[in-house]
Design a protein around this ligand. Structure first.
Ligand code: ATP
Length: 259
C-alpha cells in the first residue's frame, strides 16, 4: 500500500437475490483527490456508496480504508473511522434548526464525555460552547449562518443541499462522499456549489468522491473519473480521457459531448 492511498476497493460487488447490482469493482482514492463516479441510471453508483459506508455489506471483494478492512462494519463505525456522506434524497432533521442539524453531526466528535453532560460539569458547558462556535463556522463557509435559527425544512432547496454537505463535514471526515450534490439546483447554484466543493477540499484537506449527472460539474472539478455501467466499471481516467472514451460515449455521454 502506498502512503498516499486512502481507500481501496478490490473486486468489490454485491448481489441482491439473482441481481448482480455491482460486480468486481476496483477503485482507489488517494489522499486529497477529488474523484467523480458517473454512469447511467441504475448503473450501481449509489449501491457502491452504500457498500463504502457500511449500509450494505459486499458479497464479494475487500474494501480498505486508511489501512483497515471495513467490510461488514456498521455505518456508524465507518463514520467514526472518517467517512461521511450525503444522500441523493436530502436527509435532514427537517424540524430542527439549521444550527442544530450541524451540531448533531458535530456531537459525534465531542471531546467532553457523556458523564460530564449528564452531571452538567463545567467541561460540558465549555464543550457545548466550543461545538456551537465550530458549527457556526461551518455554516458561515456554506453561507448558511444567516439561517441558523430557521427550521431546516424552511430553507430553499439549494440551501438544504448545502446544509447536507455542511452536516457531513461537521463529522470531520477524511473522506466525503457526495451523492448527486447538484441534483435539482439551477445553473447558478450548481456553479457556486462547484466552487464550494473545490474550496472545502483544500480547506479541510479532504478526499472527495462524488456521484453526479451534471457533466459540467464533474468535468469541471474532478481530477479523475470512474464510469459504471450495468454494475461494472467500464472506464477510469482524467475528464479529458473520459470525454473521448468510445465506451463511455456509447453507454452514457452520447455523441453530442464529443467536440
Ligand atoms: N436493496 C436493494 N435490493 C434490490 N435491488 C437493489 C437494491 N439496491 C439497489 N438495487 C438495484 O441495484 C441496481 C443499481 O442501483 P443504484 O441505485 O445503485 O443505481 P445508480 O447508479 O445509483 O442509479 P441512479 O443514477 O438512478 O441513482 C438497480 O438495478 C437497483 O434496482
Amino acid at each position: 500500500m502506498t502512503a498516499n492511498l486512502l481507500l481501496e476497493a478490490e473486486n468489490v460487488g454485491i448481489q441482491f437475490g439473482g441481481l448482480k447490482a455491482v460486480q468486481s469493482v476496483n477503485m482507489h482514492l488517494n489522499k486529497g483527490e477529488l474523484i467523480g463516479l458517473i454512469g447511467p441510471n441504475g448503473a450501481g453508483k449509489t449501491t457502491t456508496f452504500n457498500m463504502l459506508t457500511g449500509v450494505y455489506e459486499p458479497t464479494e471483494g475487500i474494501i480498505t480504508f486508511d489501512g483497515k478492512k471495513i467490510n461488514g462494519l456498521k455505518p456508524y463505525q465507518v463514520t467514526k473511522l472518517g467517512i461521511s456522506r450525503t444522500f441523493q434524497n436530502i436527509r435532514l432533521f427537517k424540524d430542527l434548526s439549521v444550527l442544530d442539524n450541524v451540531k448533531v453531526a458535530n456531537h459525534n466528535k465531542a471531546k467532553h464525555g457523556i458523564f460530564a453532560s449528564i452531571l452538567r460539569l463545567p467541561s460540558h458547558f465549555a464543550g457545548e460552547a466550543k461545538m456551537e462556535e465550530e458549527s457556526i463556522e461551518f455554516l458561515k463557509i456554506f453561507g448558511l449562518d444567516i439561517y441558523k435559527d430557521e427550521m431546516a425544512k424552511n430553507l430553499p432547496y439549494g440551501m438544504q443541499r448545502r446544509l447536507e454537505i455542511a452536516r457531513a463535514l461537521a463529522a470531520k471526515p477524511k473522506l466525503l462522499l457526495l451523492d448527486e450534490p447538484a441534483a435539482g439546483m439551477n445553473p447558478q447554484e450548481t456553479h457556486d456549489l462547484m466552487e464550494l466543493i473545490a474550496f472545502i477540499r483544500k480547506e479541510f484537506d479532504l478526499t472527495i468522491l462524488l456521484i453526479e449527472h451534471d457533466m459540467h460539474l464533474v468535468m469541471g472539478v474532478c481530477e479523475r473519473i470512474y464510469v459504471l455501467d450495468h454494475g461494472q466499471l467500464i472506464a477510469d481516467g482524467t475528464p479529458q480521457e473520459i470525454r473521448s472514451n468510445p465506451k463511455v460515449i456509447e453507454a452514457y455521454l452520447g455523441e453530442e459531448v464529443v467536440e
